[in-house]
Design a protein around this ligand. Structure first.
Ligand code: ZN
Length: 265
């Protein structure tokens, strides 16, 4: 299956705030979205990047704190729905949107796709959708960006068939077969955010925000104390990082990439 990456805005952070031994340089984290062309299910979007609604929602307290902590940049015409339109794809042409986790830079554009079915993990969405005000902000969650009644309309990974993964994907051993045809398998990647999933499709493993940058699994880099503080579950984060490193070592041909990877233009 072909896929294309759209960068829908970005945020910035100093490298030394999240990476042990990192520099003073300011790094950009693209609000990336994937468009996968599925032979039977059509256009499937993975994460949405930033959106105009996020810029609007973060103008008021307490969500203005989000923008103070995380500087967000999104120019006119850069939201996913606008970029797709330029490629001749309307919101109605998107059959499904898979949300890797409910941090705002991953689901902010959901309201722009009212006709697409949303797929996510129930435990994460249930946990975050109940958060309000400051508690939501501190979890990177903005309730206003969630479409109405999504809790009833969403399709949950937990309701999909559980499948065993082949040996060459170990130490990952189980996943959720999202379309019942083995084409896209969701793998639980807890730690960074409650209910985060990664996706296996063809020879690709999209690992969402399970790492900050490639060198976390290619060179064994570690995250800082500060970054540990914002983790949902530090132990699960470390367990999954160890598994990703092992998988990369055992299966170097697998195309592992994270949500904020910098793609060549
Ligand atoms: Zn995240």
């Amino acid at each position: 299956m072909d896929f294309k990456v759209y960068q829908c805005g970005y945020c910035t952070a100093k490298e030394r705030t999240y990476k042990v031994g990192g520099s003073n340089e300011i790094q950009r984290f693209g609000g990336n979205s994937l468009l996968i062309s599925h032979p039977k299910r059509g256009n499937i979007v993975v994460d949405t990047g930033y959106s105009k609604q996020l810029l609007e929602a973060t103008q008021r307290f307490p969500f203005s704190i989000y923008r103070k902590l995380i500087p967000v940049f999104l120019e006119e015409g850069e939201s996913l729905v606008e970029q797709l339109r330029r490629d001749g794809i309307s919101q109605k042409d998107i059959s499904h949107i898979i949300i890797s986790h409910f941090h705002s830079d991953h689901y902010a554009g959901l309201k722009d796709f009212p006709d697409a079915k949303t797929i996510c993990k129930r435990n994460g969405f249930d946990y975050l959708r109940r958060k309000k005000g400051l508690s939501a902000v501190m979890n990177g969650f903005i309730p206003e960006l969630v479409p109405e009644n999504l809790e009833f309309r969403a399709k949950y990974c937990e309701d999909k068939p559980r499948v065993n993964l082949p040996k060459d994907l170990q130490p990952f051993d189980r996943g959720y077969d999202l379309f019942g045809d083995g084409s896209i398998i969701a793998v639980s990647l807890e730690g960074h955010c409650r209910g985060q999933i990664g996706l296996l499709f063809d020879n690709n493993f999209f690992i969402a925000d399970a790492v900050w940058s490639e060198d976390f699994y290619t060179e064994g880099r570690e995250q800082t104390f500060l970054a540990n503080l914002v983790m949902d579950d530090r132990k699960a984060f470390e367990d999954n990082l160890r598994k990703i490193r092992e998988l990369h070592k055992n299966n170097p041909k697998l195309n592992i990439f994270h949500a904020h990877k910098k793609w060549e233009k």
